[in-house]
Design a protein around this ligand. Sequence first.
Ligand code: HEM
Length: 389
Amino acid sequence: MTHASDPGIAFDEELGAWIVDGHEEFLAVSRSTAFNIPKLTLPPELLVNVGKVDIDPVQEQSDYVLLYSVGADHRRRRRFLAGHFTRQAVDGRRESIRKTVRELLTEGQRAGRIDLTADITRPLLTRIMSDVVGIPPALRGEFDEWAHAVTNAGQLGVQGSPAEALHRAAESVNAITQLVRDLLGSPVDLPRGSILSYAAGRSSDAASLSVEELAANVRSIYSSGIETTEYLVASTAYMIFSSPSALRDLRAYPSRIEAVVRETLRFACPAVEIPVRRANRDVRIFNSLIREGDWVRLVALKAERDSRRFSCPDEFDHRRTDQSMPLTYGLGPHRCLGQHLATAIAEEVGRTLADPEYGAHMDTPFPGFRRRAALPVIWGPEWIHLALA
Ligand code: HEM
């Protein structure tokens, strides 16, 4: 058995994995080429109950998504999709994000109170993500249900009937592939500037993606964009309204929202852990020898609170001078494709909520933080209820 002498990395016998929770160690593992992100298969005890369900479509589709792609396939797919997520491309969407937030908040003002996630963030993210991937407005409801059904397959160990959840996921995967095929066949309906309209214009190009690749990535980008960003937005609002100095600063200088979101990413780190890694060869990280085949869990939340890296790490301080790049989006070849978009959405929502025009403040009862049932590596406030003037 290998043992560690570094403070930020240790083998946990019970979990059977290396736990990396130091900042330096997190960076070292993320940057090393000795680790892959393996596709996690369902535990055998769950498969006993789902034996009669044809889950091939779900498994096949996950081979195409960026996160589980490797080498040249990963680079080709990522190159094709990346142009939609650069800082510049994201800045081009800010005005429409702001406009939508204001429209939704004006509706909320009539009731005097909003549930941030249900009334603002969900409708906003559904619109933005549909526009980004290319789902025409009339088909958004149906597409959203299918995408959810696939994500909910991750809930298997938590609740409900695994067979039923998998059956719905498999049907939804087929429905999404057919929808993408149909949309590429009649591109006039596609939202301009979306991934699908870009793909339709390049269908004869050798570097273009196949229908199956597009369907898998459109679905996974849509869901990744919604499920995680929802928590970043809620955490940002929580930090703004529970930190008097942040709210005061934002009201005086709205551009400080960048520092507030950056500190929220560190302090409330929406992805507690980033996807599990497996060593593809023996490798030494500082003093720890990690053997080929060992599992490695990267705990971003703890690494972001490493007292060797940050002064007063357990304090939220948007004026801190020892900030560094966020770990919650991961690093290296699989770093989050949508990080600029997620950050921009949190900034635009946070800036607008702090606008004195809305007189917003957090309503009781105050929320605790919880992990998401279907995706327990994600966490954030259970709810954000805001009273509006
Ligand atoms: C706060 C919000 C978000 C968080 C915390 C988050 C977190 C992550 C993490 C931890 C990874 C894996 C990185 C790694 O293992 O090295 C990842 C990958 C990814 N994320 Fe995000 N994400 C967020 C928002 C988004 C959004 C808005 C989109 C799409 C618009 C998106 C799309 C993706 C994609 C496609 C990948 C796979 C990239 C690849 O494998 O090349 N994410 N994200």
